[in-house]
Design a protein around this ligand. Sequence first.
Ligand SMILES: [Zn+2]
Ligand SMILES: [Zn+2]
Length: 111
Amino acid sequence: MGTMLQAACSCGYTSGSLMYGIGFAYFETGSYWELAYCDQCSVVKTVDGKKKKVCGKCKNQLQVYKKKGASIDEDSMPHLPACDEFEDGQSYHCPRCKEEKLIFQSCGCWD
Ligand SMILES: [Zn+2]
Ligand SMILES: [Zn+2]
């Protein structure tokens, strides 16, 4: 149900495996995973979509990756871009070099 993604940038940055999406636990706890980054720590990480988006290390606000052009509707149930929407060749903000050169690749599934 969820996907494992890995972020990679041409500057050399690569993340570890990132869980993304809604897993089996969603039906019990309502938790789901979003992708976010911390510019301060130069990392891409996954965050529990229901929790506060704060970096555990530097306490800064984390920036959540959104599909470009997607409207953000706070009222809806977790409105997540489908996992393959991050794999459409678009590039996103890289927390290391601060340029929009980061891409996401799928590296497996989880549930
Ligand atoms: Zn941080
Ligand atoms: Zn980079």
